[in-house]
Design a protein around this ligand. Structure first.
Ligand code: AHG
Ligand code: MN
Ligand code: MN
Length: 337
């Protein structure tokens, strides 16, 4: 059996592939890995300590914040603040971005955006949740503070993105734009170890993921496509944490859809914290990600930190087929995002 490769070893090894890499991105990814281990420890014992349930406030999107949402948010911020590689942070749980003062004389080059816990509604019932992160190189002058323009970048500008799933095992999946690799946490040594090398998404799969409970609130193109999936006897899987649905689709193929509904005319999922980083991973694995206007997610120009988007993402053959339904049945609407 070949020797295990830890996340740290893999990241350092990969750094050597980039001739001018100075190690800052490497440091950031390692710090995110450390934060993930801390969050994982807490998620694992959540039933034993007083950390389940709602926190008692709402986030900037008006959603109820869970205690573990805030715990994960704070741990990620602590780790990134100490890393010295990051000049700013934006989180799904914070209304505004945070500026991080430079450590010593060093001018940090990167900003990090994250959804600290994706799938909050699953926390209290022991169903998988995850952390999603996105890393951009700052556009502002490195000698001054970061600004909003550093965060409102297109997905095509991503330097790295990934997620961690706290599931039956804890897995970190990330990409720096040269393929996608997965690392499973070995609790006996406390290290993420390379377990899924160069992940490639199947062209098609046997699953579709959508909140079918909203069927009657979807536009006709979406309803026709869902009927089509049902005609094909595709199996419906919808976990309620997008990161877990995407993880399954990466390995087994399939499609995930969150279209506009009456409640969320622009879609529910956040462009910067959910759609872009997961689109980056899926595209790097050979898949596709578009909105219901058939625009590539990664090419959307964000206008605000908590902007939402519709999304159709997954196996390339299935996303392509879905576009035919949109072209055929879509009724132009002013609200449709
Ligand atoms: P979060 O827990 O970070 O707010 O995200 C939940 C998201 C996504 O992960 C999931 O697929 C979707 O919201 C579920 O929404 P519905 O309950 O409306 O289907
Ligand atoms: Mn989320
Ligand atoms: Mn969240």
């Amino acid at each position: 059996m070949s020797r295990i490769v830890t996340l740290d070893e893999f990241i350092i090894h990969r750094q050597k592939d980039f001739p001018y890499a100075s190690g800052e991105l490497t440091g950031l990814l390692r710090d995110i890995g450390v934060a993930a281990k801390i969050v994982n420890r807490e998620v694992n014992k959540a039933g034993l300590v007083n950390i389940l349930g709602v926190e008692g406030s709402s986030n900037s999107s008006g959603e109820e914040v869970q205690k573990l949402d805030m715990y994960a948010n704070d741990k990620l911020i602590d780790c990134l603040k100490n890393s010295g590689e990051c000049c700013g942070i934006a989180s799904e749980e914070l209304e505004n971005f945070i500026e991080i003062p430079s450590v010593g004389s060093k001018n940090a080059k990167y900003v990090v955006l994250f959804d600290p816990l994706d799938g909050s509604s699953n926390i209290d019932v022991n169903v998988s949740v995850g952390t999603i992160f996105a890393i951009y190189r700052r556009k502002s002058d490195p000698s001054g503070p970061c600004d909003i323009g550093d965060f409102l970048q297109n997905g095509t500008d991503l330097v790295a993105a990934g997620y961690v799933i706290y599931g039956t095992s804890t897995i970190m999946v990330y990409s720096t734009g040269r393929g996608v690799n997965g690392f499973t946490l070995d609790p006996s040594i406390g290290e993420f170890c390379l377990s899924h090398r160069d992940i490639k998404i199947p062209d098609r799969g046997g699953y579709y993921s959508v909140n079918q409970g909203y069927y009657l609130k979807f536009d006709v193109d979406m309803r026709r496509y869902i009927d089509h999936c049902s005609d094909l006897n595709l199996r419906l899987r919808y976990i309620g944490s997008m990161v877990s649905d995407i993880h399954r689709i990466l390995f087994q193929g399939g499609i995930f859809l969150y279209p506009n509904t009456r409640k969320y005319p622009q879609g529910k999922l956040r462009l910067l914290y959910e759609c872009n980083p997961l689109a980056f991973i899926v595209e790097q694995a050979g898949g596709s990600a578009i909105n219901t206007r058939l625009e590539r997610i990664m090419e959307l120009a964000p206008k605000e930190l908590h902007e939402r988007s519709t999304i159709v993402i997954g196996s390339p053959g299935m996303v392509e087929e879905m576009t035919n339904f949109i072209q055929r049945y879509s009724i132009p609407s002013v609200n449709k995002a």
